[in-house]
Write a protein that binds this ligand. Structure first.
Ligand code: GDP
Ligand code: MG
Length: 867
């Protein structure tokens, strides 16, 4: 026989920490809401047959948030034996509000008074025996983090599981009369144990419960009660529960006088009205600077050029910025390249002057064969005689720009010297580890794989594509590591509050920031993170717009265009992030004024956890979990799509025969691109290559770079070819279209799941594409006009779009005028035992849904006690 324990409590009360303690499991412990949105099941260590279910954090059992729905469903379906109610000892009153609801489920309840370590440090005296007596349930003091009291908790729980259900608290006499009247009307099929729960829910006119009951008619009873109590039915219950709690809370709770907690002091600065934003910008800027530019930059270079390139030196000197094997090798390689350039220039000049032997040498050079000694001698003699001289102009490796200043004059002596320069062998410079592509190529050669399609598929398709993506892993891991530290120490929770002040005005929630931030890594977890936003409309809006943020897969796109066309990544990257954020805000403002997104403001309720030193294991775990999902993507969807793109761009019909094509213009990819590219002509890039790249970007955004690499390499090189193919406005339009349009298929899948309906899914994808199209069109048309290439029709359309957007942005919205400003609710500093006093000081006020609010309203009238 198994025993099932349900773990229920407020967000951040420590459920997951206790769950991990009990199961030895490694659930992700998080400091922002919604880390546990679904229930997690584990097996309790050390006792036979005990299962434990970690339910999402909830404040009450109303069906307003996804967390509440999940928790309620589990509890009311009754597949459990006992409930452990985790109560945050530093915030007793609010937590007990949930406890009293849990006691109505007809199951034994055990209270685990958690965070006792903090409570004791702050000098709270909690009389657990008295509390147990008041509520008639066992109470165990624990610290899930420190691991104290855990065994006692398990023992008490298993003991309670054998016993009878907790007895629900009694409400006021009058209310009890109404409740028993309702109870008598419940269908006879209602399980006895759940009768109390259903009576209360029916009284609250809870739709879900009423439909579970198969529609009992209790309207008259409830209406009568409402008239008598002069309150809505939900308020009546809330108030009664509160009265019950306040009636005994002071008997079981005391507090030694103490000063302001450290967290509160830190928060005074960090969440300060004026300082909060600059501090936030500096911290996030620093995180990105470290992750992308400095440490992450070195790591990514290593991964891209080393592990997934030619190879790398086992030599840590670049990390600490001193010259090591790599630098010495680079210098030697540079000399060799210059010598080769001089040789080529000299022979080319010789060919032009029709000097004896020059043509043969040129042929060996082209075929990468060694020179024939006799021909070489002949050529040298003839060259000397003719006083042959040439000029070699090196190219900048990255931009392909000719470096006139560094031109070398090649005469017979220089030529002779150049021939002497040997190609450096990296193994002579240090411990050299060949890159994965090199190893694979060597392996293929060793098993006798010729230069046919198999080799092309493996090297050009799979290794190149997947390698390009995995090359970003170090950068991403560092980013996630730093974000996990910010999260673990409690700063992220503050950020959500800080930004809520701003976002709320745009119809978004402060919690929108979390998806946005995660979205800079990957859109898939970002979209999933939007689950925690209570307001349905803000949640849909967030799902719809989060992928406007440039995710890590879009970084290579930015880097490509910045390098090839705009000459430098700095400003372009900043512009990309800015446009991403601006797109989300503009969309928020515009869409909020349309019918489907009207109204439905919900309060921003979140507890600010104490600042803590993050635990390294938690940080590493969080980093690894997010990083792993990225790596998994590379191994699955990107692998598959690389094979697909390789096939589409290498196969097609040539002279009526299907097969591998010589000329990529005949490939299937070209055919598809040609068919749809007219759509993009108004954006300045109606050619098949750009179109095909955009299409492959839907499979995974980094594909776009790979596809460009395949389609535009050769001749002068990728960057030069692209620069020749696109004007600056066309390139900007192409880049921003790809940054803003519908995300990759994986993210689209996440959007489909989170929007929950096909209609909303297509609306989201359609909106993103339309928005991207309009932005790209405006960029191209205004940009072209700016450089003097005016297209009257296109320009007119762009002007109309801008006017439309401006009208939408500035159209008055009365609904907006009254949006209350969010203030910080610092919940743990002052435990909520002084009733409505908290409300007045919390200030989150007008649309606060916390139980205190109801109580305050009761005493001071609507909106009362709060401002
Ligand atoms: P959940 O939202 O209820 O699942 O809460 P978590 O288990 O994610 O815990 C939230 C935060 O509280 C984490 O930072 C934990 O490390 C911390 N925490 C949990 N239990 C305790 C405890 O007993 N003492 C202290 N000091 N911190 C705790
Ligand atoms: Mg949790």
């Amino acid at each position: 026989m198994t025993t099932t324990i349900a773990l229920v409590g407020n967000p951040n009360s420590g459920k997951t920490t206790l769950f991990n303690q009990l199961t030895g499991n490694h659930q992700y412990v998080g400091n922002w809401p919604g880390v546990t949105v679904e229930k997690k099941v584990g097996i309790v260590r050390g006792v036979e047959g005990v299962h434990i279910v970690d339910l999402p954090g909830i404040y009450s059992l109303s069906p307003y948030t996804k967390e509440e729905v999940v928790a309620r469903k589990f509890l009311s379906e009754g597949d459990l034996d006992v409930i452990i109610n985790i109560v945050d000892a530093t915030n007793l009153e609010r937590n007990l509000f949930l406890t009293e609801q849990l006691m109505e489920f007809g199951k034994p309840v055990v209270i685990a008074l958690n965070q006792m370590d903090i409570a004791e440090k702050r000098g709270y005296l909690i009389k657990d025996a008295e509390l147990a007596a008041k509520l008639g349930v066992p109470v165990v003091k624990i610290s899930a983090l420190k691991g104290t009291g855990i065994d006692e908790c398990v023992t008490a729980t298993l003991e309670a599981a054998k016993g009878s259900a907790s007895t629900p608290i009694l409400y006021s006499e009058k209310l009890e009369e109404y409740l028993s009247e309702i109870e008598s009307k419940l269908p006879s099929t209602t399980p006895d144990a759940l009768k109390r729960y259903f009576s209360v829910k029916a009284f609250e006119r809870d739709h879900q419960a009423l439909s579970d009951l198969g529609g009992v008619d209790v309207d008259d009873i409830v209406a009568k009660a409402e008239a008598e109590f002069d309150d809505d039915s939900e308020g009546i219950i809330t108030n009664d529960r509160y009265n019950h709690i306040t009636s005994f809370i002071h008997d079981i709770y005391d507090r030694k006088i103490e000063g302001e907690s450290t967290s509160a002091k830190i928060d005074k600065v960090v969440t300060n009205r004026i300082l909060a934003l600059p501090i936030f910008v500096v911290i996030i800027g620093l995180v990105y600077y470290i992750a992308i530019s400095t440490v992450g930059g070195v790591a990514t270079d290593w991964a891209n050029d080393g592990v997934f390139g030619d190879g790398w030196f086992l030599d840590p000197s670049p990390i600490v910025g001193i010259e090591g094997s790599q630098a010495k090798y680079d210098e030697a390689a540079g000399e060799y390249d210059e010598a080769q350039g001089c040789i080529a220039a000299y022979i080319e000049a010789g060919t032009e002057m029709e000097i004896k032997g020059a043509e043969e040498l040129q042929a060996s050079l082209d075929a990468e064969e060694d020179f024939d000694e006799a021909t070489l001698a002949k050529f040298e003699a003839a060259a000397e005689e003719n006083h042959l001289s040439a000029t070699f102009i090196p190219e900048d490796e990255e931009s392909g720009e000719l470096l006139e200043d560094e031109a070398v004059t090649v005469d017979a002596d220089v030529f002779e010297e150049s021939l002497e320069v040997e190609e450096p062998d990296p193994t002579n410079f240090g411990i050299w580890i060949p890159g994965i592509p090199v190893l694979i190529e060597n392996f293929l050669n060793s098993i006798g794989c010729g230069d046919g399609w198999v080799k092309s598929l493996i090297l050009d398709g799979i290794v190149a594509g997947v390698g390009a993506v995995l090359g970003f892993v170090p950068q991403i891991l560092i980013l996630f590591f730093l974000l996990a530290i910010l999260e673990g120490c409690g700063y992220m929770a503050r950020v959500a509050f800080i930004l809520d002040r701003i976002f709320r005005r745009f119809g978004l929630s402060g919690k929108t920031f979390i998806p946005m931030l995660i979205g800079t890594g990957c859109g898939v977890p970002a979209i999933m993170a939007s689950r925690t936003i209570e307001s349905e409309s803000a949640r849909r809006l967030t799902v719809m717009t989060t992928t406007f943020m440039p995710c890590s897969a879009k970084l290579p796109i930015i880097a490509l265009f910045a390098g090839a066309i705009f000459g430098g990544i700095g400003l372009v990257a900043v512009a990309a992030y800015f446009v991403g954020i601006a797109s989300i805000i503009v969309s928020g403002i515009m869409l909020k004024k349309t019918k489907p997104f009207h109204g439905n403001e919900t309060p921003f309720v979140m507890e600010l956890p104490e600042y803590r030193l993050p635990r390294l294991v938690d940080v590493l775990r969080s980093m690894w979990e997010r990083g792993w999902s990225f790596i998994k993507k590379a191994g699955t969807i990107i692998l598959a799509s690389c094979v697909l793109i390789w096939f589409l761009s290498n196969f097609g019909f040539e002279e009526g025969v299907f097969g591998m094509v010589e000329d990529m213009n005949n490939s299937i990819l070209a055919t598809i691109g040609n068919a749809i590219c007219v759509i993009f002509a108004p954006l300045g890039w109606g050619d098949w290559k750009a179109t095909a790249s955009t299409v492959t970007g839907f499979i995974a955004k980094e594909n776009l770079v790979g596809t460009f690499g395949v389609l535009y390499s050769g001749g002068a090189g990728l960057w030069a070819n692209m620069a020749a193919a696109y004007t600056a406005p066309a390139a900007a339009s192409l880049m921003f279209f790809n940054l803003l349009c519908a995300p990759c298929f994986a993210a689209m899948g996440a959007i489909r799941r989170e929007q929950g309906s096909g209609k909303w899914f297509w609306a989201s994808i359609g909106y993103e594409c339309l928005f991207a199209y309009c932005v790209a069109l405006c960029i191209y048309q205004f940009g072209s006009a700016f450089i003097g290439e005016v297209n009257a029709l296109g320009l007119a359309v762009a002007v109309i779009i801008v006017c439309f957007v401006l009208i939408m942005l500035f159209r008055p919205q009365p609904h907006y005028a009254n949006v209350p400003e969010t203030k910080i609710v610092y919940t743990k500093d002052e435990p909520a035992i002084s009733g409505c006093g908290d409300c007045a000081s919390c200030g989150a006020a007008v649309d606060c849904e916390k139980p205190e609010k109801k109580k305050a309203e009761k005493r001071f009238g609507k909106g009362g006690g709060c401002h």
